[in-house]
Design a protein around this ligand. Sequence first.
Ligand code: FBP
Length: 281
Amino acid sequence: MDAYQSVGIKRRLRRFFRRDGKALIFAMDHGFEHGPTDFKPVWKHVNPRVIVRKVVRAGIDGVMMLPGIARIASDEVKPNVGLMIKLTSKTNLRPEKERLLQSQLAFVEDAIKLGADAIAATVYWGSPAEDVMMRQFAEIASYAHDLGFPVVQFAYPRGPYITEKYGKKEDYRVVMYGARAAAESGADMIKTYWTGSKETFAKVVDAAAGVPVLLSGGAKKENPVEFLKVVWEVIEAGGSGAVVGRNIFQRENPESFIKALLRVIHRNEDPEEAAKAEGLL
Ligand code: FBP
């Protein structure tokens, strides 16, 4: 029989993934990580209650936030929505060289007090601060796993060495390496960069050896279909969904965009058809 912790981890993962094994998760740690100016395109979304209410109504599977925002928006995160609390971050106010490290800003206990279903932490693989972030992740993962909580790694290769060796951080060879490192370090879910094609993303999925890999949204694409196409390719490549921030909250009408994303992720609908069905075209 499974140990108590394994049962807890499996149950909690199911709060994000539907029966098809896929999930669409809303990310909102940008006010901290990039600064409140990220909300400039649709300023009312700077209020977490406003945007979280919309994404939940639209049918999102989960939300990812830092602890303080989870407290502010908690009434809007309905019980059928998975709550992922991220415990590491950095501000854009830091000197540039120090932005290759995320620091721990809260503890596993805080996430549990807030009702988290999963705990997340970032590792910048290949950065000069890789060692610190690996240890941070190990501590968080070991503690969370002991208590039956799944752990999500934002596996982001970056730093001067990565650029020097691979040209860009989205090169599939290094994204694949980051995903593998995440799987080997005990992540239960991995969030990482788009590699530019279905074929290369499939390699990332393979490298993760069965640990679900989700797309990290990235900067907003003006044309909604363009983003839907990326997500479609992620699913075709064997990816398990997407964790999306700016492409949702920087849109005036995030609800229809989310519904279109859900069609692509859970029904494998053609991106243009999904966009049409939701009135985006
Ligand atoms: P986006 O969909 O807006 O890219 O959000 C995903 C995310 O990982 C956020 O959680 C985080 O704040 C941001 O991207 C990190 O972006 P950067 O690449 O600038 O570090």
